[in-house]
Design a binder for this molecule. Structure first.
Ligand code: NDP
Length: 400
């Protein structure tokens, strides 16, 4: 029987369950391209419920306990006295979400001799030292596509919020003002702007599709080109590398995984190549951007705005400079954990566990590492190596 150690974010401050704004979420059966949404044998929750927090337990408890497994759920994940570190030596399976990641560093792998499977309930396994998982023969899986459209919607929202100066204008209303000139002095139309995505995978391509009706010029860079008919349909221009793309863009959105090739990709040099007054949206991973270089660019006006929902570490300390730099539109890491997204990635997590316990293969599209090597989606989108650098420090202390 397995011990499943699951790290989830805290319950709402007003208690669990929350009162829901709507009664249900639309049922999605297939993603663009044909992949089916998760197909577990049953669900331990009603889609639309908050299952990503501790009391929600991803709807897994009854399923696991009725089969004799043990489920430990906690949000307490940093520091040697945390519940996570205390229970890690017994864990056969670790589950966490990128929004509240259980950083699986080399040290932590060493503390988990029984560990066989690490599941990302969502997308993005960069909080796991993949090199160490490969070396130890631990399988890593994530729920590919489960929240890609959720993130692409957040990207479009953030682009519009920055370009149209929504957040400061809303603030004037809260403050009792009617300061139209103050609002308008940084407000533009997106129409006619050049918008580029770093990576045109599931999220990047969905962003391109959603932006096409805005009559913008579309650009992308990726390691592989989109099929010719898709390029033509979208009217999107390919650039061989991010450096050449950012020079022509008014808006850049980052939609590549964090791995050693993309870590710190947006440093002072890359930001200096962008047009003065460009907007940068990063919902991919915080470490793809150099934290302090972004602050400098927002302060100098090189960037007209920076928005995203990804930080490093997560949660960020209360004095993280992205909380207070000018012209930002940051949110906590929420784009991929809407109630709609949760329904899919919780179902996908259960599907992965059902297959694992039955000895059936996990869907290839969910695999990142298997059999001592990058596998499935992991072999396509990641590079071997470790992008958890700095996480050791984050794991040693609770955030302030
Ligand atoms: P996909 O695997 O569909 O797409 C990733 C794309 O990035 C692929 O096309 C890949 O290229 C490309 N890529 C990889 N490395 C590079 C590079 N060095 N330069 C340019 N392109 C590169 O993933 P998704 O679109 O579903 O997700 C992308 C990322 O978004 C995730 O890895 C995750 O970090 C983040 N994410 C964030 C969420 C949030 O809540 N904010 C939720 C979900 C994901 P190719 O395959 O052509 O080699």
């Amino acid at each position: 029987m397995a011990t499943v150690l699951c790290v989830l974010y805290d319950d709402p401050v007003d208690g669990y369950p929350p009162s829901y704004a709507r009664d249900d979420v639309p049922r999605i059966e297939r993603y663009d391209g044909g992949q089916t949404t998760p197909t577990p044998s049953a669900l331990g929750f009603t889609p639309g419920e908050l299952v990503g927090c501790v009391s929600g337990e991803l709807g897994l408890r009854e399923f696991l306990e009725s089969a004799g497994h043990e489920l430990i759920v906690t949000s307490d994940k940093e520091g040697p006295d945390s519940v996570f570190e205390r229970e890690l030596p017994r864990a056969d399976i670790v589950i966490s979400q990128p929004f509240w990641p259980a950083y699986m560093t080399k040290d932590r792998f060493a503390k988990a001799p029984n560990l066989k499977l690490v599941v990302t309930a969502g997308i993005g396994s960069d909080h796991i030292d993949l090199e160490e998982a490969i070396a130890r023969g631990v399988t890593v899986a994530e729920v590919t596509y489960s929240n890609s459209i959720s993130v692409s919607e957040h990207v479009v929202m953030m682009i519009l919020a920055l370009v149209r100066n929504y957040i400061p204008s809303y603030q004037w209303v809260l403050d009792g003002g009617w300061n139209i000139a103050d609002c308008a002095s940084r407000s533009y139309d997106l129409e006619g702007m050049q918008v580029g995505t770093v990576a045109a995978g599931r999220i990047g391509a969905a962003v391109l599709r959603r932006l096409k009706p805005f009559d913008v010029g579309l650009h992308y860079t990726d390691r592989h080109r989109l099929p010719e008919d898709v390029e033509r349909e979208l009217g999107v221009t390919f650039h061989a590398d991010p450096a050449s793309m950012v020079e022509v863009c008014d808006v850049v959105t980052i939609n590549a995984p964090l791995h050693p090739e993309t870590e710190n990709l947006f440093d002072d040099e890359m930001l200096a190549r962008m047009k003065r007054g460009a907007y940068l949206i990063n919902t991919a991973r915080g470490k793809i951007c150099d934290r302090d270089a972004v602050v400098r660019a927002c302060e100098s006006g090189q960037l007209a705005g920076y928005a995203g929902d990804v930080w490093f570490p997560q949660p960020p300390p209360s004095d993280h400079p992205w909380r207070s730099m000018p012209h930002h539109g940051m949110t906590p890491h929420i784009s991929g954990t809407s109630l709609s997204a949760q329904a899919r990635y919780a179902a996908g997590t259960r599907e992965i566990l059902e297959r694992w316990f039955d000895g059936r293969p996990i869907r290839d599209e969910y695999l990142i590492v298997d059999g001592g090597k990058l596998a499935g989606t992991g072999a396509h989108s990641y590079s071997a190596g470790d992008s958890t650098g700095g996480s050791e420090e984050a794991t040693r202390s609770a955030p302030n």
